[in-house]
Write a protein that binds this ligand. Sequence first.
Ligand code: ZN
Length: 264
Amino acid sequence: MNTRLSTDQIERYSRQIMVPDLGGKTQIRLRQARALVIGAGGLGSPAAFYLAAAGIGTLGIIDPDKVELSNLQRQILHATEDIGRHKVESAQEKLNRLNPDVEIKTYQTRFDEDNAAEIANGYHFIVDGSDNFATKFLVNDIAIKLNIAFSHAGIVRLQGQTMTVIPGKSACYRCLFHAPPPPEEILNCQQSGILGAVAGTLGTIQATEAIKYLAGFEEGLITDRLLVYDARAMKFHDVEVARDPKCAACGAPKQSAFNSSINS
Ligand SMILES: [Zn+2]
């Protein structure tokens, strides 16, 4: 592994290398980092753009869908001429254009119980930009099992929420929500709407958390709390989240908890 930055790289990343908490060594560290973005949609688009721009060495993008006209109001990786293309292909092209230094790995499939462990294995951080509870719980359980830190986010209408989970250290998504809500209680973007800029804010926070974690920041992450964003009032607030010793994902014993969660 090359441990020096080229002249071009020093120029490209100069504004973040100047940040006292980051610097050149951190830039090399980011180049060695691998982040997986689940979903090339409203959250995944801004997250992937900023991760690529920041010089994360390897970026995985997983999404089974094709670009539709109704996506473009918030899924800023994709443009009008991409309608009908696979989202991962459109994403890879945009991210390569932004920063050819970054290796983009694409997975044109749904992140599910059969492929989750194999895909996630080897990544250092996961940005969960999925739009459904089944995937959000799966990301949580796989990340806990494989000991990979991740960022959760959810968005609806003019609201968003996000938390970062460090397995073994902080409360997980299942400590907070235990199990997916019944289908009749679920609001998603398709049914309830979402302001694109709200997705942008949350996805950008997720990218910031990923970069902080990969840069070695342990303090100041959104751990053991849920950060809630109300765009209508333009306010953020924290909800404290405690680790649940009986949590089905991160409570002991780990192995049986994972098995029970994927078999349920
Ligand atoms: Zn837990």
